[in-house]
Design a protein around this ligand. Sequence first.
Ligand SMILES: [Zn+2]
Length: 286
Amino acid sequence: MKDYLIRVMTTNKEIRALAVNSTGVVREAQKAHDTTPVATAALGRTLNGALLMGSMVKTGQETALKIAGDGPLGKIAAEANHHGEVRGYVQNPKVDFMTSRQGKLDVAQAIGKGQLVVRKDLGVEEPYEGSVPLVSGEIGEDLTYYFTQSEQVPSAVGLGVLVDTDLSVKAAGGFIVQLLPEASEETIEQLEENLAEIESVSRLIDHGLSPEELLEKILSGFEFRTLAEKEVIYKCKCSKEDTKNLLASLGKEEIEEIIAEEGKIEIECHFCGEVYQYSKEEVEEI
Ligand SMILES: [Zn+2]
């Protein structure tokens, strides 16, 4: 099954929702960064969050999530665009000692305390940036808190990654549900009841549920209409051109020193590991 995302609205116009199946995306990310299970789960959830949020904005806009925790994983970042392309990285992809007493991957502990930063590049002027403290480190709950606090939209976010015993990604996906201003008390109650029934998104996807079927569960009792559907992929957009800016931001002395020692400069993309080389001549041109 291809990875895809859908965006829907209930016919009573009181709820909007998105759901994604991203098993292939998170598999790609796991391979690109060779992550251990807890890092796969943390990065995968962040990628899912970015994909979903990236589809809530207009065409041409980009959404970036940064989880800046003080736990062993370090920083986690994910960037998604409106076309369903996402990329991400985790600072320490090899963290591997975190399982809770129940034998579950302890993402919260591996992330620690810190901030969740959301950046939306709207293509005009300064990008919008909002941040909230991490309330749980589980990422889904943190995004729920972000929507309520920072954007004042009552929301529920579920993000999941199921890692198999051979460390590969078994299933991944997520959802965002938001109440629109006209939502009635009855709607809120029904939705809360439905959400209480959802235990684990990744297990539901592992059981074969499509994004539509996932939303049928979450929006049980409501009729809804699909507004958009798109394929999602893990894709880095880096280019040698982008790394030039990074190179330009390094100090002149630092650059001269590296050139003197190595005869060239190598810049590696955080997101995909691609290495861009600059010869002495190229550096001089810049
Ligand atoms: Zn790259």
